[in-house]
Design a protein around this ligand. Structure first.
Ligand SMILES: [Zn+2]
Length: 388
């Protein structure tokens, strides 16, 4: 690859290699633990014990029992994974990437768990309601309702969910706001807002993102980025995020999610029928002791599709990068912002091919920088004949 020989490619430090290797192992361990819990609950029949406990706690009220069951399941999962979560928290400190105090971390973990219970509760109650009302076509009806909920969650996330964990305020830098307006005007589009994301309260890393749908669509920029990057560099980041907006990546992502969950709900229905009719693991479809089986289908499917989804995400990122190259007058601020980002986040500039394919939602920094240089060279040489 050309980037390997490029004079700009800095080799990764052993520290960056080690940090990213540990992070990958942590996420694999976390996944295996979750999967193990589901398998053990089903194989031992402990899921039925949990269900009976939920019925006792709810005085035989089905809807309340479903919620209690989910609460116990999520609590078990959280307690089992707490050691790994704490290791992840310590890891960020060990590599000097975190500003978060232990108390604040615990509070975030608790809030995250609660958000999972509320959102999960809505989805699971809905699924078992539809199963009871329409045991034949439940998966199709539940899928439609799930997509509606998913779109709602995507819309409210920047105004309801993110503020539970971080503070946001409209960007105060007039110069940057003007640059974004000009970028948008050139593209014939407009992003409603840019918000400063108070990331430094918890992390030393930098980040930026395009979030929300419709009236909540916005670009969020970490204060750790705003404070350390030049206006030209921030403009390059804004242009990249605008590229996601112009190419409608959020809508396309939702459409892809819809297609995947369609297959997921169908597979869940197939497996559940099999478990009830053939294996007689459960008396009825509506027996919510089968929830770990539903979770297992969705976990396995997400795992199998992860490399594909990451490849799709990297494709979108390359598209947003290209949009950025075309929008900014000089490519250098993009390259320097990439290098700063890699240093600040202790990212691997040149991960191994399979690591990038399996784990990375973004192309390796070295590839993004190489693509920028290639673009600059090509546009320079394509201009020459016109001028000659
Ligand atoms: Zn991006």
């Amino acid at each position: 690859m050309s980037f390997a020989a490029s004079p700009s490619s800095t080799p990764d430090t052993p520290e960056a290699r080690r940090y990213n290797r540990i992070r990958r192992r942590l996420s694999v361990a976390d996944f295996v633990l979750g999967l193990g819990l589901l398998v053990v609950l089903l194989a031992t029949g402990w899921t039925r014990t949990l269900r009976d406990l939920a019925y006792i706690g709810s005085r035989q009220h089905y809807v309340v029992a479903v919620f209690f069951y989910l609460g116990m399941l999520l609590l078990l999962g959280k307690l089992l994974g707490l050691g790994l979560d704490y290791y992840g928290f310590r890891l960020e400190h060990r590599f000097h990437l975190s500003n978060q105090k232990f108390g604040s971390w615990i509070w975030d973990e608790f809030k995250g768990w609660l958000v999972g219970l509320v959102l999960g509760g809505i989805v699971v109650e809905l699924i078992y309601y539809v199963i009871r009302v329409s045991p034949q076509h439940w998966w199709l009806i539940a899928w439609v309702a799930f997509i509606a909920l998913f779109i709602l969650f995507a819309q409210i996330a920047p105004v309801v969910l993110f503020p539970l964990f971080y503070k946001f305020q409209p960007l105060a830098n007039e110069e940057l706001k003007q640059r974004l307006v000009r970028l948008g005007e050139r593209a014939g589009t407009r992003v409603r807002g840019v918000y400063e994301w108070k990331f430094s309260e918890k992390s030393k890393k930098a980040n930026a993102a395009l979030t929300g749908l419709g009236s909540t669509r916005r670009i969020i920029l970490a204060d750790t980025l705003l404070g350390n990057y030049s206006d030209d560099e921030i403009e390059a980041v804004l242009a990249h995020e605008l590229g996601h907006h112009v190419h409608r990546h959020i809508m396309k992502g939702l459409a892809l999610q819809a297609a995947i969950t369609f297959v997921g709900f169908w597979a869940a229905s197939f497996v559940l029928n099999y478990a009830v009719v053939r294996w007689q693991m459960f008396a009825t479809l509506a027996d919510f002791a089968n929830l770990p089986l539903l979770a297992l289908v969705s976990t396995v499917l997400s795992f199998l599709l992860l490399p594909l989804l990451n490849a799709y995400s990297r494709y979108n990122e390359r598209q947003a990068d290209r949009y950025c190259f075309q929008s900014i007058t000089n490519i250098e601020p993009f390259i320097s912002s990439m290098n700063k980002l890699a240093d600040q986040n202790l990212a691997e500039r040149t991960p191994s091919k399979w690591v990038e394919a399996l784990f990375h939602s973004h192309p390796a920094i070295s590839r993004r920088v190489a693509a920028a240089r290639t673009y600059a060279q090509e546009s320079a040489s394509s201009r020459k004949p016109v001028m000659a």
